[in-house]
Design a protein around this ligand. Sequence first.
Ligand SMILES: [Zn+2]
Length: 323
Amino acid sequence: MRINYAVGVDVGGTRIAAGLVERKGRIVKDAMCLTPKGGPFAVVDAIIDLVEQVSAGTQDAEVAGIGIGIPGQIDFLRQSIEFCTNLPLAGVDVRSLVMSRTKREVTMDNDGNLAAYGEARWGAAKGARDFQMITVGTGVGGGMFLNGEPYRGSRGLGGEIGHTVIDLDGRPCPCGGTGHLESYVGRPAIAEKGREAAATYKGRKILAAAKGDLEAVTAQSVVVAAQHGDEVAREILLDSGTILGRALVGLVNIFNPKLIVIGGGIGESADFMVERAAEVMRGEALAGRRDVTVVQAVLGNDAGILGAAALSFDEHDSREGVH
Ligand SMILES: [Zn+2]
């Protein structure tokens, strides 16, 4: 029987989503649940439950396998979860647990790598051999393709552009480091600047986006106010764009990518922030490396599911020697 489908699972700190994906990248069935708070096995059960929901009615022989994106550091060769800040999955053998219950092949990867995988196969980086994906959301993640292949580093822990040092004595980062990019452009940083502004008259439109409740101001309030043309909110996001652009300078100088794709909830909702980042990068990167294109990601919320499915198809094909 022809392999028609793969299952992609996107595990996040607040929700888990799964989809049954066709080879051409169409999600034919999907399901979602809130991430259970009851420990690692509750999360694994939720993954298995979603996989069963979306693959019900398919024959085993027509499914390539299951790809799972985890918001943490994955040792890709060992398929182990080394570090996971938002979920209690570090050291848990998620792959074996899901394999033994579903009887299907399972491959895990970091969510940033999988976003890159999805955009490379079906999105903004289609056909690009050398590109960097950056996801700006609560955290800042990423994945890299070199010579048409995902580059994960010696154990699969690479590509973490969010933890680039941009300020020697800077803000503490959730990873334990100091002055990392993530602590300046992720949602918590934008929310904090939004609250500061909303406490004064000039930030009234941000406050209005949070229904007048200062405590309820989030990064989303800033994005919404900016989308309605509020200059103060736009400035906050433009500052993030400037910082992101500075971080891109080093990346472009070292790797000379053809393309940089910026996604994630913040990256996809503020095109002007992405433009600012591109401008700053072009102004500072070394000559000859300025012709890199910077675009927004296009797969949106489906990026995780699609990337995980693309990985699963590839793993299946390499197991079976299909090219
Ligand atoms: Zn960090």
